[in-house]
Design a protein around this ligand. Structure first.
Ligand code: NDP
Length: 246
């Protein structure tokens, strides 16, 4: 078991990449802490992990609320005695063309995709600095590298996550031994497109939705690779896309 009892807090664990990552890490010896708003789905996932011989803790919470994150970290340390890492994975992608002025959706993306990541780092950092080590993995996107239809705001949020990760790494890794990674996937087959309300986008994205995407497990494997490195190794970023995606 290469993850050797590492305690890892995973946001967005109720679905898609977060769920697959929780299963992957837990079946290789990590103790996983499951955070998202859907408590029932997290409890179901905990049952699945337990049946596979893993160890999981459910901490329902909203990443846009700093207090929820603080409670999640506190609860984790009370339950497992420590916390070794955070995977900032929660995110949403209500794509729309700017001229539609769906400002509520813009704000939600900024709140979840950017501020949610900042809240997570603020909550866990005192623990990681005190123990002089740990891992922070932020799920950015191919969208940090290029624009796609209706993605002006979404791409901006994922660019922010990628650049924030680089700043974190430079400030934290050499001085405190905290390794930081930005994961940048192309299209992955999950529920992510369910929040799109702009009907024009659905037509324009058809090509992307029709190709063979990555599975959530492919990203879970990439995250597992990051966490199973020796402490001296910092994987700065992983840009991982479907073979069919241009
Ligand atoms: P899903 O829609 O399957 O999962 C999104 C997760 O985020 C859910 O568990 C949801 O849980 C959680 N979430 C959303 N809002 C909040 C919130 N306010 N507080 C806590 N949790 C929240 O999508 P994916 O698995 O695809 O997405 C995971 C990450 O991967 C996202 O950051 C996404 O941007 C990124 N990504 C995805 C790609 C793809 O093609 N699928 C490509 C590149 C990056 P709940 O609703 O229960 O709170």
């Amino acid at each position: 078991m290469s993850l050797n009892n590492k305690v890892i807090l995973i946001t967005g664990a109720s679905s898609g990449i977060g769920e697959a990552t929780a299963i992957k890490l837990a079946t290789d010896g990590a103790k996983v802490v499951l955070m998202a708003r859907s408590k029932d789905k997290l409890e179901q996932l905990k049952t699945t992990i337990t049946e596979k011989g893993g160890n999981a803790l459910v901490v329902p919470g909203d990443v846009t609320k700093a207090g929820d994150f603080e409670q999640a970290v506190k609860h984790t340390v009370e339950h497992f005695g420590k916390v070794n890492g955070l995977i900032n994975n929660a995110g949403l992608m209500p794509l729309s063309y700017i001229k539609k002025l769906k400002t509520d959706e813009w704000n939600t993306m900024v709140d979840v995709n950017i501020k949610g990541v900042l809240n997570g780092v603020a909550a866990i950092l005192p623990e990681l600095i005190a123990q002089k080590g740990g891992d922070i993995i932020n799920v950015s996107s191919m969208a940090a590298h290029r624009y796609f239809p209706g993605g002006a705001v979404y791409c901006a949020t994922k660019s922010a996550v990628k650049m924030f990760s680089e700043g974190l790494r430079q400030e934290l890794s050499p001085k405190y031994g905290i390794n930081v990674t930005s994961i940048e996937p192309g299209a992955v087959d999950t529920n992510l497109t369910n929040t799109i309300t702009d009907e024009d986008i659905k037509d324009d994205l058809k090509g992307m939705l029709d190709m063979t995407s990555l599975n959530a497990e492919d990203i879970a494997n990439a995250i597992h690779y990051v966490l199973s490195q020796p402490e001296r190794v910092n994987i700065n970023n992983i840009y991982i896309v479907p073979s069919e995606q241009q």
